[in-house]
Design a binder for this molecule. Structure first.
Ligand code: NDP
Length: 346
């Protein structure tokens, strides 16, 4: 369901956590209150207020950079103190171009913070046993603290049995059923949270958006985004509704939300009229759509019609530059957490 919806940025960009770059545009009255800490300006968002004509842009790219910078410092402290660097292993099967790009980006991100990356690239026609052998090798390798099997796997492989084979202590993607089970059950703590949903919640926290008691709607119920995002919001004491492809009248349900997380992979599905004035919108969706007027002949489009939504919402993530960079930052964070746990490093 792709409907065109121009993606020009009408929202104001506010840099948080930056002394030099910090500014607040004047029309924030009533929508933002400012707090100064020793070293930072911070914005406190009230998601109920809606007087402003355009939303604050939640800058995932800048926040992800802040997180990477912190991890880099911590990784170097770990190396100096105990002589260990965290290691992340990626298993890529087949020739899927997008998967290859994701893997390349993950490797670059690891390099940028000092995490050692390991990569196995298997042919499309490899057997499931070969993939399982690689998983098992990394499970036993003490220099590897995180293992990631790049999805999708070729159709002749059983994704479940391969993901289940990843040691739960190295499941930095957070997809192992035991980790998801820990997330779903009250009183249990998963070892890792799935990276994209964790990144969404991290953005809400960093922008000081209240979650407790708010109505949240998650569009999409996939194992990797929608379902864990809904579980996480519930853990944060939001009241959560999940929309999927069989939901009747998703527009009306979405309009009740204070917080919307959209992860359906349907470009521009969520229109401005779906959004309650003042709601906060996190757009996970990202699809490449043809656009002859764009420099490369295509552009990236989210699940939310940005131009319309940014006039109604109080805050919104752009696509690209919103959730995507946070996903990789959370992967680095999970890998570092895993290495700390292995070596009992504080
Ligand atoms: P999936 O295809 O696995 O899941 C899509 C979900 O959306 C399903 O639950 C499906 O419902 C639901 N859905 C699809 N169409 C509709 C519709 N018309 N109305 C209501 N619900 C619908 O996708 P993913 O969860 O893997 O990814 C979602 C999007 O997020 C994609 O654009 C993907 O590229 C992006 N993504 C972005 C990441 C990032 O880091 N920025 C990371 C991961 C994904 P049902 O269950 O009934 O089939």
């Amino acid at each position: 369901m792709f409907t065109d919806c121009s993606s020009s940025t009408t929202s104001r960009l506010i840099h948080l956590n930056s002394l030099n770059g910090a500014f607040l545009p004047r029309p924030c009255f009533g929508q933002l209150s400012l707090r100064t800490t020793a070293s930072t300006w911070r914005c406190t968002l009230s998601i109920r207020s809606s007087s402003s004509p355009s939303a604050i842009v939640i800058n995932g790219k800048a926040e992800a950079k802040n997180i990477r910078d912190d991890i880099k410092i911590e990784v170097s402290r770990m190396k100096e103190s105990i002589g260990v660097v965290p290691g992340l292993a990626v298993i890529l099967v087949g020739k899927n171009k997008e998967s290859a790009t994701y893997v390349r980006n993950k490797k670059k991100a690891c390099d940028s913070v000092g995490i050692k990356s390991f990569e196995v690239h298997l042919a499309e026609d490899s057997s499931e046993e070969e993939v399982l052998k690689s998983v098992s090798g990394f499970n036993d390798d003490p220099s590897v603290h995180g293992i990631l099997v790049q999805l999708p796997l070729p159709s002749h492989m059983d994704e479940q049995s391969i993901l289940n084979a990843v040691s739960i202590e190295k499941d930095v993607d957070g997809f192992h059923p035991l980790n998801i089970g820990g997330l779903a059950m009250r009183g249990r703590e998963p070892l890792f949270l799935p990276c994209t949903p964790k990144g969404c919640i991290e953005l809400l926290h960093r922008y000081k958006i209240d979650i407790i008691g708010k109505r949240a709607v998650v569009l999409g119920r996939s194992n990797i985004v929608g379902m864990p995002a809904a579980l996480l919001l519930q853990r944060e004491d939001a009241t959560v509704t999940i929309i999927h492809s069989r939901t009747i009248n998703p527009e009306e349900i979405t309009r009740q939300a204070d917080i919307i997380i959209a992860a359906v992979g349907q470009p521009n599905m969520v229109r401005g009229s779906w959004i309650k004035p003042g709601a906060v919108v996190i757009d996970v969706g990202i699809k490449r759509v043809e656009d002859p007027s764009a420099a490369h002949g295509y552009r990236w489009v989210g699940d939310v019609c940005y131009e319309e939504a940014s006039k109604v919402a109080s805050a919104i993530t752009p696509v690209p530059g919103g959730v995507g960079p946070m996903t990789i930052a959370m992967l680095l964070s999970n890998t570092f957490t895993s290495a700390k746990r292995f070596h009992n490093f504080q």
